[in-house]
Design a protein around this ligand. Structure first.
Ligand SMILES: *Cc1c(COP(=O)(O)O)cnc(C)c1O
Length: 371
């Protein structure tokens, strides 16, 4: 079969290594996964209870309009139902945005080092992909991105993807940088700026823009939220896109009617209800972030600032070696070689115990390297 050059050249997504696979390959009985920025406490007990109750309806097709979930979401975030589309994870919503708004000869703009799903979805749709270099401190260069829009005379750029904070770097852009960027991008009604706030709940920086506030100011902004991170529902696949109703209708037109499972809908409602649990996840995550940062720094690694539930850090060793050594000791972290970085690793924050295990294993490894 013949496939397009975009598909031929597509570098597939590399997920975090699964726990069971690691156990099988390494002959281990206990493995800690700190590789996919998952919630350190799992899902709320209220979610599990809601799912058990919903099992009687397993043979029914789900509500194609996610009525109850939409209601709960809109009440919680104070947006109107016409603005919201749920997806099979935010990954599906990224695909849908490109399919709806990009045609042949159009382009998608983001930064190098941005969440790799933007590139994969764009290439898979055979759309041109533009990226500006990162700054020296591994942050988006929103000035350079605005410059691309300024020189885009034929208005070929239709979508801009901005993850804030960004994964895998953990870095963020400030309200001031965002406002300067939107002074240019906001003038383009034929352009949609997608603000991906997968880690919004973990953000502590006070100068970080808040998507729900920004939506009120600009018509051409779309916000992505996920239930995979703070709410611990990664396995159920639930993401939300919030934008102007005029944009949202087109996405509804082409999405699969049953893109969100019944269990995901029920779980989403329960997760939103249990804010006490979400708060607990955030507090434990912050404690773990500060702990891991301090311990890694003490051992000579340079750690990027992070507003997410993970840290990216530089190692003088080949990251692949360090990754393999950790793996042998039952700790899965995430190489970021697929982003072009051979000397960085990303580690997600685990429970206190898991973080300590990771550092203990690291000390063993470093001792071995020093021999
Ligand atoms: C984890 C993550 C998501 C979430 O993806 P889902 O498909 O909702 O699980 C989205 N964007 C970024 C930047 C992420 O890191």
């Amino acid at each position: 079969m013949r496939v397009s050059p975009e598909i031929l050249n597509l570098v597939p997504y590399v997920p975090g290594k699964p726990i069971e696979e690691t156990k099988r390959e390494k002959g281990l009985t206990s493995v800690t996964k700190l590789a996919s920025n998952e919630s350190l406490l799992g899902a709320s007990p209220l979610v599990k209870e809601a799912i058990s109750k919903a099992l009687v309806d397993l043979h029914r097709y789900p509500d194609a309009g996610s009525f109850e979930l939409t209601k709960a979401f809109c009440q919680f975030y104070n947006v109107s139902p016409e603005q919201v589309i749920f997806g099979n994870g935010s990954n599906e919503l990224i695909d849908l945005l490109i399919r709806v708004f990009c045609e042949k000869d159009d382009a998608v703009l983001t930064s190098k080092g941005a969440f790799i799903a933007y590139k994969i979805s764009t290439q898979a749709a055979r759309i041109r992909f533009l990226e500006t270099p990162l700054t020296d401190d591994y942050r988006y260069d929103l000035g350079a991105m605005a410059e691309i829009l300024r020189t885009d005379k034929d208005h070929k750029v239709r979508l801009v993807f901005l993850a804030n904070p960004n994964n895998p770097t953990g870095t963020y852009f400030s309200k001031e940088e965002w406002e300067q960027f939107m002074a240019v991008a906001g003038q383009r009604p034929d352009l949609l700026v997608v603000l991906d706030e997968a880690y919004a709940e973990f953000v502590r920086a006070i100068d970080c823009p808040r998507g729900f506030e920004e939506l009120k100011k600009y018509k051409n902004v779309a916000l992505l939220r996920t239930f995979s991170k703070v709410y611990g529902l990664a396995s159920l696949r639930l993401g939300a896109l919030i934008t102007d109703a005029a944009h949202a209708q087109w996405i509804h037109r082409i999405r699969n009617p049953f893109n969100v499972s019944g269990l995901a809908q029920v779980a989403g409602i329960a997760a939103l209800k249990d804010q006490a649990f979400a708060k607990q996840v955030c507090e434990l995550t912050w404690e773990g972030l500060d702990y891991l940062r301090a311990e890694l720094t003490k051992r000579g690694f340079s750690v990027l600032p992070s507003e997410g539930n993970f840290l990216m850090f530089k190692t003088e060793f080949t990251a692949q070696n360090l990754y393999e050594e950790w793996l042998k000791r039952g700790i899965i972290v995430r190489p970021v070689k697929n982003y072009g970085w051979d000397h960085f690793l990303r580690i997600s924050v685990g429970t206190r115990e898991e973080n300590q295990q990771a550092i203990k294993a690291l000390d063993e490894i470093l001792e071995g390297f020093n021999l």
